[in-house]
Write a new protein. Structure first.
Length: 235
């Protein structure tokens, strides 16, 4: 498990591509790999990877085909920087929200604004994942726990704000329009939405799309947004 609090950036120093597998060598920031051992888990841009080989200051990871297909790790090149976080230990403070490191999809940066001392990024995702993204809810972008500032179902887009400290510790300041990022949705939200969708589908069946068309909105989203804690934000 991870907390979504990125501990720095690591640089890709070597990349070996094989059939259905890529081997990555990452150079870590000072002190990041203290007591790191082979078999340990590290979140690399939000993807949970297992250390296969390690020496002071660097580690090697194998990335399987499924991860390559589902994440941005298929498009990387030597010299690229990645957000990294060690697996949480017992008693660790959850400064963000619990993450599994199992990326659900990718999103594309479609807008960037830079108000004073802040940065706002707007992302677009596939329609099936937009069901789980709500304003004031949690989302993980490249392994960083963030709060959704607004979400537009029609355009399949959502925005997040970055404070200077987050920009300093991560790779987000270097992202541009068109950049792809890894998305892990918040699991409690997914379970809630899927449960409600299944219930409504069982009860209403083919009437559900007609009712939603008549109302001009999603019954699932209305119900989910009204649940206690649905608008909870991080401190």
């Amino acid at each position: 498990m991870f907390t979504g609090i990125v501990k720095g950036t690591a640089r890709l120093s070597a990349l070996e591509r094989k059939a259905g597998l890529s081997t990555l060598t990452l150079d870590f920031p000072p002190g990041f790999d203290a007591e790191l051992e082979a078999g340990a888990s590290v979140a690399v841009d939000g993807v949970c990877l297992t250390v296969t080989r390690h020496a002071s200051g660097w580690a090697e990871f194998d990335v399987m085909q499924e991860s390559l297909v589902r994440t941005t790790l298929a498009d990387i090149a030597v010299g690229d920087l990645f957000n990294v976080e060690r697996a949480a230990h017992d008693g660790a403070e959850i400064g963000g929200h619990p993450l599994s490191g199992h990326v659900d999809c990718t999103a594309t940066v479609v807008g960037i604004e830079t108000p004073e001392n802040n940065k706002v990024m707007r992302f677009e995702v596939a329609p099936e994942w937009m069901h789980y993204i709500f304003a004031k809810g949690y989302i993980a972008v490249n392994g960083c726990s963030l709060t959704v500032s607004d979400a537009d179902r029609a355009s399949r887009r959502f925005s997040v704000w970055f404070i200077p400290e987050t920009l300093r510790m991560t790779t987000f300041d270097a992202k541009t329009i068109g950049s792809r990022v890894n998305i892990e949705i918040e699991r409690a939200t997914q379970v809630t939405v899927d449960t409600i969708r299944n219930y409504l589908d069982e009860r209403l069946g083919p009437l559900l799309p007609r009712l939603e068309a008549l109302l001009g909105t999603s019954l699932v989203e209305q119900t989910t947004a009204s649940l206690p804690g649905a608008t909870q934000t991080k401190p």
